[in-house]
Design a protein around this ligand. Structure first.
Ligand SMILES: NC(=O)C1=CN([C@@H]2O[C@H](COP(=O)(O)OP(=O)(O)OC[C@H]3O[C@@H](n4cnc5c(N)ncnc54)[C@H](OP(=O)(O)O)[C@@H]3O)[C@@H](O)[C@H]2O)C=CC1
Ligand SMILES: CC(=O)N[C@@H](CCC(=O)OP(=O)(O)O)C(=O)O
Length: 325
């Protein structure tokens, strides 16, 4: 078995990761870490009682470095402070944005980078596009949830569209993590729907850097727990058969499903799937994608990447059964 540590186990993506790894034939959950430690995972998440019970230790680089595989499900900045010490000692899948961007883009949208030397050692963990790099890397920058759903939808069409696309994005509230804020308060979100941080959201630069396209990106908060839906509006340079383009690009991809009608969050919530649909009105293109932000947008994608860096089948243990009805 491959000894695995989860740093940030008490968070939402940490919990999803635990659930996936409990069904993994090769990755064994050997240690859980958090900011202070001294808690038990089944006390934080009573749903795990009798299923998986373990102590959470205070994060400590010396201890974490002993494991073969480390998932960092921690906030930006915290991740790079750990990677700076851990790189080369173990295999790392980082959920944060710290190794996703070039230094300039990172510092323009986040903060000064404290480990720029390792930016060139990371692979952007979107398997459908960067699989070959991922397999050779020991540091994976797991993509953001909005960029995952947006880039997978745009990728087949990049050569066919004009620069300048509108990305209308909607996320469930778990995308913001477990910490409380005025924006994620029940009374604010319940029976409500609003845009936040339009145009300037940090994910616009991630989408731009990976696709080369200028994007007008507007995230919005849906009053649901999990799942996200992306609507992209673009101009086609020439007439193409949209579904044929999608089917051809993703013909070997088990976890991309192409639909001939608009896609729905509920069909992917609880799974690693990204469902995609596209339609056009003359040269006006509409692309529609859905994912589970906690899974394909974070934890199941992290496991797909870990499978690849250990030379395992990419789909091992990835969830396929949606929470329907
Ligand atoms: N939620 C989502 O849909 C997505 C999240 N991500 C990214 O994944 C990461 C985790 O997100 P999420 O699970 O939502 O966040 P949460 O806020 O739910 O959880 C964060 C976790 O990080 C731990 N943590 C914080 N500081 C430290 C520290 N100094 N040392 C060790 N552990 C620490 C916390 O532990 P403790 O409770 O002990 O403080 C907690 O378990 C973030 O980088 C986020 O941006 C990426 C894509 C989608
Ligand atoms: C609803 C919500 O607040 N979503 C988060 C995005 C979560 C995500 O994908 O991730 P990273 O933080 O890893 O980039 C936001 O807009 O900041």
């Amino acid at each position: 078995m491959i000894k695995t540590a989860i740093v940030g186990a008490s968070g939402y993506t940490g919990l999803e990761l635990i659930k996936i790894l409990l069904n993994h034939p090769h990755f064994e959950i050997s240690a859980l870490f958090g900011s202070e430690g001294g808690e038990r995972i089944e006390d934080i998440y009573p749903s795990l009682k009798g299923v998986f019970e373990a102590e959470i230790q205070k994060a400590d680089v010396e201890k974490i470095a002993k494991y073969d595989l480390v998932f960092l499900a921690v906030p930006h900045k915290t991740a790079m402070a750990l990677v700076k010490e851990l790189y080369g000692k173990t295999k790392i899948v980082d959920f944060s944005a710290d190794y996703r961007l070039n230094q300039k883009n990172y510092e323009d949208y986040y903060c000064p980078h404290i480990d720029p030397a390792n930016l060139e050692n990371s692979a952007y963990g979107l398997p459908e596009i960067f699989r070959d790099y991922i397999k050779k890397s020991t540091l994976i920058a797991n993509p953001g949830c909005y960029p995952t759903a947006t880039i997978l939808a745009l990728y087949p069409f990049i050569e066919y569209i004009e620069d300048g696309v509108f990305v209308d994005a909607k996320s469930g509230v778990s995308g913001a993590g477990k910490k409380l804020s005025a924006t994620t308060h029940f009374v604010k979100d319940n029976e409500n729907f609003f845009a936040y941080n339009p145009i300037k959201h940090r994910h616009s630069v991630e989408i731009k850097e990976k696709t080369g396209l200028n994007v007008t990106f507007v995230p919005q908060l849906l009053p649901i727990t999990r799942g996200m839906q992306i609507s992209i509006y673009a101009k086609l340079k020439k007439d193409i058969d949209l579904l044929e383009v999608l089917k051809e690009k993703y013909k070997n991809e088990e976890f991309i499903r192409i639909f001939d009608k608009p896609v729905e969050i509920k069909n992917v919530a609880g799974t690693h799937y990204c469902d995609i649909f596209a339609a056009k009105n003359e040269n006006m293109l509409f692309i529609n994608s859905v994912i589970d932000n906690l899974l394909r947008g974070a934890s199941s994608q992290a496991v797909a990447n870990a499978n690849l860096i250990f030379g395992l089948d990419e789909g091992l243990a990835l969830p396929k059964i949606a929470y329907v009805p």
